[in-house]
Write a protein that binds this ligand. Structure first.
Ligand SMILES: NC(=O)c1ccc[n+]([C@@H]2O[C@H](COP(=O)([O-])OP(=O)(O)OC[C@H]3O[C@@H](n4cnc5c(N)ncnc54)[C@H](OP(=O)(O)O)[C@@H]3O)[C@@H](O)[C@H]2O)c1
Length: 249
């Protein structure tokens, strides 16, 4: 007889492509019922149709609409049962030109990457704390380690997300709820297409999903995936500011 799934019901925000899609596929394959959340309903429905019958449900949702989160959560719970896992894998990383300083673009990045994460994680925390169990996973990035020239708002959103998740983890430590921060390095997904990432340092979305779920099953952790990126982040943090500002990374 196959082992029972680690989680009964999961909500995966950002399930229409890349890492979120891969996480949803792995969860469904292990017997977890999954709510697939993102804006592109056509992709979510196609994904749901490719999963075992009854394994998934679809919710079209814009991560910038934090006020809608309680109602979406409620409707998932009514259909699938109490979610005991939230994975926030939503994110955007638009290109920022060397002479571009766009508040509109920066706001969009922060709304999707950070405020959306806060809205979903707060809702999860509230409900999981009451239930006395559950796992909250935030997909952050190694990019949160330093403020880099290429992606100012993206780096900011990830650094802030790390701090927010750490606070949640500390608040929920004795309440039976695990809060997991995942900081991937390079992952081959639509987000990184055309960026020319070095193939040897890049993992597939499925491998990333495997590592995310493995770490999440262990409880509250803050990890780089693969682990070697922790060393990269350490080195990045040690570069003095006067040196760092001369670099183009
Ligand atoms: N790929 C990497 O190398 C890498 C490295 C470190 C961290 N990450 C992080 O991993 C996460 C997933 O990225 P990915 O590489 O898998 O990118 P991706 O393939 O582009 O997927 C991004 C997901 O976010 C969703 N999304 C974007 N804007 C949204 C919005 N306004 N509302 C709701 N959903 C929205 C997309 O769905 P819709 O467009 O359908 O809404 C999609 O499902 C991101 O947080 C990213 O920062 C990625």
């Amino acid at each position: 007889m196959p082992a029972p799934p680690r989680w009964k019901v999961a909500i995966v925000v950002g399930a229409s492509s890349g890492i979120g899609e891969a996480v949803a596929r792995r969860l469904a394959a292990s017997g977890t019922r999954v709510a697939l959340v993102a804006r592109r309903g056509d992709l979510l429905r196609a994904l749901a149709a490719s999963l075992p019958a009854g394994a998934a449900t679809v919710r079209e949702h814009d991560g910038r609409d934090g006020g809608a989160v309680p109602a979406v959560w409620e409707s998932v719970e009514a259909e699938l049962g109490r979610p005991d896992l939230l994975v926030y894998a939503t994110g955007i990383m638009p290109a920022v030109g060397p002479r571009e300083y766009s508040f509109a673009k920066d706001r969009d990045i922060v709304e999707v990457n950070l405020l959306g994460a806060m809205a979903w994680c707060d809702e999860a925390a509230l409900r999981m704390e009451s239930a006395g169990s559950g796992t909250i996973v935030g997909v952050s990035s190694v990019a949160g380690a330093r403020g880099r020239v290429g992606f100012p708002a993206y780096c900011t959103s990830k650094a802030a997300m790390d701090t927010f998740l750490e606070s949640l983890r500390n608040r929920l430590a004795r309440k039976g709820v695990d809060v997991v921060t995942i900081r991937p390095g390079y992952v081959a997904t639509p987000m990184t297409e055309g960026l020319g990432l070095p193939a040897r340092a890049t993992i597939s979305a499925d491998r990333c999903a495997e590592l995310i779920l493995r770490h999440a099953a262990r409880g509250s952790v803050d990890v780089h995936v693969p682990r070697l990126w922790g060393l990269v982040a350490l080195v990045l943090r040690m570069i003095p500011s006067f040196v760092f500002r001369r670099l183009t990374i």
